[in-house]
Ligand binder design. Structure first.
Ligand code: SF4
Ligand code: SF4
Length: 107
């Protein structure tokens, strides 16, 4: 049986914002996992690159408290192998930008 995942309205807005900032088609990711297998930083990350994009697809804002987005080295090893041509470094950068803005506001 297929398990359907629901995305909240707040989650949809979060996803739309990350798509807009990054310019990447996040919803095109089919979770093949190639990026996680290609990433030289994956062993240091708390979630894998494919989990980072999955959380973003689902609008799960707890992705902002993960270490992975800070560790992306923009090496493009994932991008060149991604069957959907997704640049994860742009997504990580967008997540960092949102988190940095939230931290600045909290100060
Ligand atoms: S390689 Fe591309 S399509 Fe596959 S999980 Fe990573 S981002 Fe998604
Ligand atoms: S660009 Fe970032 S997520 Fe992609 S392989 Fe390099 S370090 Fe990993």
């Amino acid at each position: 049986m297929t398990k359907t995942m629901m995305i909240t309205k707040e989650g949809e807005a979060f996803l739309a914002r990350i798509q807009e900032i990054s310019g990447e088609a996040i919803t095109a990711c089919d979770q093949c996992g190639t990026c996680s297998g290609s990433c030289p930083m994956a062993s240091e990350m708390d979630i894998t690159p494919s989990e980072m994009i999955r959380k973003t697809q689902m609008g799960q804002q707890d992705v902002l408290s993960t270490k992975a987005m800070w560790l992306c080295a923009a090496c493009f090893a994932c991008t060149v192998r991604c069957p959907r041509g997704i640049d994860l470094s742009k997504i990580a950068e967008a997540l960092r930008q949102i988190q940095e803005a939230a931290l600045d506001q909290a100060e």
